[in-house]
Design a protein around this ligand. Structure first.
Ligand code: HEM
Length: 438
């Protein structure tokens, strides 16, 4: 196993040599075998099946295609803000979780938003995400450490029982969701399931694989978006001056009407805050492991990297590489802006605003959808509210530190913390209620 730790090395190996470093290792417990029968796009090896899955995702969620979901994402951002206002008794984590689940669920399966309280159609999927998230980390299972045990576990039914039951349950759930999906969302945008239903043959994906492909997008997209939203709130609480700058721009551009995607070109502070949030406390600090697949080995600066080597991208090291990011531990959105407030061009050869989304052939195919969800959620939250720490009985702020993070498998995020949202617009409730009315 080789851990790659800075922008130049990761770029040279995982981007420029992507053809021979884009494979995934055979996670023994989880993908390709025991847990999910080799069905998740994010964990299978480079193969015809992976290419078909990746193509179907790309067609659905590339930067142009994903724009069809913008009205739905604006609607979800309005629901998020309304939830903060009318349900302060619900924790921040529950609100961000609901938003992230609802936005991806509606893109895949359509239907109404997941409600603040009551039946959450995505609940089981979220629980399954956690199991997968832990299983994909190397060394998470006894069979990863002692691979010779794999055939024993594979062949003895009761040893496999837990994984088999898990697989059966997920298949039932995934098929049920697929069969109950609607053709379009409430704004006539074709849902991913409907697109796959229409074009399975063209993508080369038989139905069982298309069902898993849809599921894998929920697994990859929900928790990542959720954790990033929590990092954003933490950053705004610690850096109110950055929130204020963005709010001044929002007020100048939007006044008393809420922001929309059409405002994005004029809301550069929000875009810069989004890039900085993703960089400052990147929520997938080790990404997903890659694997070298050159026939024998390849050479990099005097090191020989044999076929089969696991290549871990230290995304944290990359997003805190002082050769690219000055003073990397400081939350400073202005690093993505020019002195006149325009978005700064990416520094040559760095791909600097893409690092949190991984590398090469495996780069996150949901990044445009994710960026849209984050942009519009951040914009609505900053437009609608000032953020404050909750106070204890003696009036002291109850603060969560900038390093108080917890590990949730492949994703890390802040520990649970509180926030008080103070309305900053007159008639906010009426405006938000009007925006969430379908
Ligand atoms: C803040 C949000 C997100 C972050 C930071 C993020 C980050 C990542 C990273 C680091 C990888 C691994 C890339 C590599 O191996 O080099 C990845 C893979 C992936 N992501 Fe995301 N992601 C996000 C949201 C999403 C969303 C919303 C979706 C789907 C709608 C998605 C779908 C996927 C898929 C399918 C893969 C596997 C790609 C493959 O192995 O070919 N992600 N993501």
């Amino acid at each position: 196993m080789v851990v790659l730790g800075d922008v130049a090395t990761i770029g040279n190996i995982l981007d420029r040599k992507s053809g021979i470093t884009g494979d995934r290792p055979p996670f023994i417990k989880q993908p390709n075998s025991i847990f999910e029968g080799g069905s998740l796009a994010s964990t299978i090896s480079i193969s015809r099946k992976w290419r078909a899955k990746r193509r179907a995702i790309h067609v659905n969620l590339n930067v142009h295609a994903t724009a069809r979901f913008n009205p739905m994402q604006e609607h979800e951002a309005a629901s998020l803000a309304l939830g903060f206002l009318i349900h302060p008794e619900i924790s921040l984590v529950q609100h961000t979780h609901r938003f992230s689940a609802s936005v991806i669920f509606r893109c895949l399966y359509g239907g109404d938003p997941i409600p603040f309280k009551g039946v959450d159609r995505s609940k089981r999927l979220s629980e399954l995400t956690e199991v997968i998230g832990r299983a994909v980390q190397p060394q998470q299972s006894v069979v990863d450490i002692l691979p010779f045990l794999k055939p024993v576990i594979w062949n003895v039914k009761w040893l496999r029982k837990q994984a088999d039951d898990w697989f059966d349950e997920v298949e039932v759930e995934a098929n049920h969701l697929w069969d109950s999906a609607v053709p379009s969302d409430n704004w006539d945008a074709i849902t991913s399931v409907h697109d796959l239903n229409l074009h399975m043959g063209k993508y080369g994906l038989p139905k069982p694989q298309a069902v898993w492909n849809t599921l894998s997008l929920f697994l990859a997209g929900q928790e990542t978006t959720d954790a990033t939203l929590q990092v954003f709130v933490l950053a705004m609480l610690h850096h109110p001056q950055e929130a204020r700058k963005a709010q001044e721009q929002l007020d100048a551009v939007c006044g008393d009407r809420p922001p929309t995607f059409d405002d994005r070109d004029n809301l550069r502070s929000i875009v810069a805050i989004m890039k900085e949030t993703l960089r400052w406390r990147t929520i997938s600090p080790l990404g997903l492991p890659h694997r070298a697949s050159q026939v024998r080995e390849f050479e990099y600066r005097g090191y020989f990297i044999p076929k089969g080597t696991i290549l871990l991208s230290n995304i944290w090291g990359e997003t805190h590489d002082s050769a690219v990011y000055t003073d990397p531990d400081t939350f400073d959105p202005s690093r993505f802006l020019t002195s006149s407030g325009a978005l700064a061009p990416t520094k040559p050869d760095t791909r600097e605003d893409q690092h949190p989304f991984g590398h090469g052939r495996r780069i996150c195919p949901g990044r445009d959808f994710a960026n849209n969800s984050l942009f519009i959620a951040f914009a609505w939250m900053l437009w609608a509210f000032n953020f404050e720490w909750p106070r204890d009985e003696e009036g002291r702020d109850i603060v969560c530190g900038v390093d108080e993070f917890v590990d949730k498998g492949t994703v890390t995020g802040p520990r649970e913390f509180g926030v008080v949202f103070r309305a900053r617009k007159a008639k906010l409730k009426e405006t938000l209620e009007a925006a969430v009315r379908l």
